[in-house]
Design a protein around this ligand. Structure first.
Ligand code: XMP
Length: 483
């Protein structure tokens, strides 16, 4: 191929602002649209939005809040394996009816040890067990808040413990908790060994979040990121996560493929791989990597990405999604496509779906919510939250994400640091996005996401057309809103 033809035949890597959804014949009202979707072969969520694995976006608090509302957050990996596993444990413990992974203490540990455990696990009460896991007592915040720090737990714990057995059902448990005015009911076997824990808080919460996404045992769904090159972390997380996201900036790479085979062989969770940006990458995954359950798609479109500036390489999310979705369709592969990066509005999410996405992953939008871990600051009369790319100098200081980017770029930043407007609780953002997405589906005439794939038609707009399509010729005081 001649050099000239490289630009004469160059791909049109269009992006969200280049297109509009054409209105189509519709028989439904927007509120009748169903936005439930598959994000992997086996995992469904009720709202097709996923928070990025970034350390200013998704830790346990965000993951819990999203799963309770029916969406999902992917825990970031810019921390030690122990810290990430602990976040996953917190998600799984958040609402389990019976907590199986009970954190216990020894009667010989001290009040000081207990206070540390309370902070580390964010738990206020612990069964006290001996070396054989046999229940000796129970100790709660109330027992230790004024106690001397060097006292032994056996001196402050309550020895008389009301317990249940594996046969205790939910109703009985509630009655016992209520009758005895207690908060926690350890479940023990016939030898008195602790097998689980039922708490009043979890029972009350369970009824509260009707749309929550849960696993077979009723615990919240949990997703977490890991490097394809970190098998020990993948194995450690596997006990707690339903979905594992192998998180690199350019997955279409021989070493990533080889390492992923090992991970897929060794974990039970559904494995999503990415990021990829082309038909060829998707085709190679489908034909060479058995067991991949989802594809994360888009390179360089993220609001904090400088990859395309630094390297001039990239595959804008809308273009990339259409490419990958076509490969999936051609091969009849049952692998959902997750569009990732560059989406700001519900309409962008709808466009991603028009070109084959099953769900949208966003960092910027969720970084602004109360539940994100980023710092909240006031500047010039407005609140902002910190948000930075995983390839930025700030993220790379922690060094756990160094292998997200290619070897030569380890000394170059591929992301920037900044602030996003504070948006309040994530529940409200989900409400706005779901409402907007359903309205878009109403215009398209689609009642489900697979119908959006089929029915949505796109129109190309020029830059001037795009400015006409946004509010114009009107004075609006204050900073413009994004949605
Ligand atoms: P938004 O637009 O929602 O995009 O902020 C979030 C996505 O951006 C990706 N990401 C990065 N890409 N350099 C990059 O090139 C970075 O430093 C970086 N950090 C995150 C990631 O895919 C995320 O989901």
């Amino acid at each position: 191929m001649g050099f000239r033809s490289k630009f004469e035949n160059a791909e049109k890597a269009l992006t969200f602002n280049d297109v509009l959804l054409l209105p189509g014949w519709t028989t439904l009202e927007p509120n009748e649209a169903d936005v439930m979707t598959n994000i992997t072969k086996n995992v469904k969520i009720n709202i097709p939005l996923i928070a990025s694995p970034m350390d200013t976006v998704t830790e346990a608090e965000m993951a819990i809040a999203l799963a309770r509302e029916g969406a999902l957050g992917v825990l970031h990996r810019n921390c030690s394996t122990k810290e990430e596993v602990e976040m996953a444990r917190r998600v799984k413990r958040a609402e389990a009816v019976i907590i199986r992974d009970v954190v216990t203490v020894s009667p010989d540990s001290t009040v000081e040890d207990l206070l540390k455990q309370m902070e580390e696990h964010n738990i206020k009460g612990f069964p006290v067990v001996d070396d054989e896991s046999k229940l000796q007592g129970i100790v709660t915040w109330r027992d230790v808040r004024l106690a001397e720090h060097d006292l032994k737990i056996r001196d402050v714990m309550t020895e008389e413990v009301i317990t249940g057995t594996e046969d205790t059902d939910l109703e009985q448990a509630m009655k016992i908790l209520h009758d005895h005015r207690i908060e926690k009911l350890p479940i023990v076997d016939k030898d008195g060994r602790v097998q689980g824990l039922i708490t009043m808080k979890d029972i009350t919460l369970k009824g509260k979040f009707q749309e929550a996404v849960r696993d077979e045992e009723g615990r919240l769904l949990c997703a977490a990121a890991t490097s394809p090159f970190d098998l020990p972390r993948a194995k450690a997380l596997d006990k707690y996560v339903d979905v594992m996201v192998l998180d690199v900036s350019h997955f279409h790479n021989k070493n990533c493929f080889e390492a992923t085979k090992e991970i897929i062989k060794n974990v039970e969770a559904d494995v999503i791989v990415g990021n990829i940006g082309t038909y060829q990458a998707a085709e190679d995954i489908i034909t060479q990597l058995d067991g991949v359950a989802g594809l994360r798609v888009g390179i360089g479109s993220g609001s904090i990405c400088s990859t395309s500036v630094v390297t001039r390489a990239g595959a804008p999310t809308m273009y990339a999604t259409s490419q990958v979705a076509d490969a999936v369709k051609t091969y009849g592969a049952d692998i959902p496509v997750i569009a990732d990066g560059g989406m700001r509005n519900p309409g962008d999410v709808a466009v991603a779906m028009a070109v084959g996405a099953s769900a949208a992953m966003m960092g910027n939008v969720f970084a602004g919510c109360s539940e994100s871990p980023g710092r909240l600051v006031a500047m010039e009369g407005r609140y902002y939250k910190e948000y930075y790319g995983m390839g930025s100098a700030k993220a790379r200081e922690k060094r756990f994400v160094m292998d997200r980017y290619s070897k030569p770029s380890k000394s170059i930043n591929e992301g920037v640091e900044g602030w996003v407007p504070y948006r309040g609780p994530v529940k409200e953002i989900l409400g706005e996005f779901t409402g907007g997405l359903k309205a878009a589906m109403g215009y398209v005439g689609a009642s489900t996401i697979p119908e959006v794939w089929e029915k949505a038609k796109l129109a190309l707009v020029t830059e001037r057309g795009a400015s006409e399509a946004a509010p114009h010729d009107i004075f609006r005081p204050g900073p413009s809103r994004t949605i």
